[in-house]
Design a protein around this ligand. Structure first.
Ligand code: GTP
Ligand code: MG
Length: 182
């Protein structure tokens, strides 16, 4: 039996980008069409087994509404991992995500593993055959833009759909791989 390592993980991002929905998909493999905004923060746990180790995530799902911003440091202070979420159909939510990344890089644990997640890809209408991504309907953040930013900044990067489940497990799995064994 491989050793279980506990990892404190925090979710940050603008209101309504789908933080709670990503957690609900990862923890319960479920989705709610009209999920209520988080008040303060919610705490959930979920394990993920890799070949050589098991990680137990202790997840703090924070509230994105601006009135809760001042609470965030309590949740990211001792975090070993963070998932910063934006909505691919809302350009301003990427700006907010970038400001969370800056805050984490200034104030959080210097070894924190940060993943950027562009959520709600199911709302993007795919481009037609032979057309490029700029012909997609509903997308406000090009994949390449967010990917380039993530590479420059040293973040893991994923596009996800909490609704369909796409990419959700990958975020947690790739974070788990980057956590050093104690
Ligand atoms: P706060 O708690 O206020 O910060 O919001 P949040 O980031 O936790 O967002 P939440 O998970 O509550 O989702 C907001 C709304 O977006 C809900 O109505 C969800 O059903 C919807 N939603 C979340 N993820 C997705 C997704 O991947 N696709 C679609 N189509 N809708 C989503
Ligand atoms: Mg929430």
């Amino acid at each position: 039996n491989a050793k279980t390592t506990q990892v404190k993980l925090v979710l940050l991002g603008e209101a309504a980008v789908g933080k709670s929905s990503l957690v609900m998909r990862f923890v319960n493999d479920d989705f709610q069409e009209n999920k209520e905004p988080t008040i303060g923060a919610a705490f959930l746990t979920q394990k993920i087994a890799l070949e050589d180790k098991t990680i137990k995530f202790e997840i703090w799902d924070t509230a994105g509404q601006e009135r809760f911003h001042s609470l965030a440091p309590m949740y990211y202070r001792n975090a070993q991992a963070a998932v910063v979420v934006y909505d691919v159909t809302k350009a301003a939510s990427l700006d907010k995500a970038k400001s969370w990344v800056k805050e984490l890089q200034r104030q959080a644990n210097p070894n924190i593993v940060i993943a950027l997640a562009g959520n709600k890809v199911d709302l993007v209408q795919p481009a037609g055959e032979g057309e490029d991504e700029s012909m997609e309907n509903g997308r406000q953040v090009p994949t390449e833009e967010a990917k380039a930013y993530s590479n420059e900044t040293g973040l893991l990067f994923f596009e996800t759909s909490a609704k369909k489940g796409d990419g959700v497990r990958d975020i947690f799995k790739e974070i788990a791989k980057k956590i050093p064994l104690e």
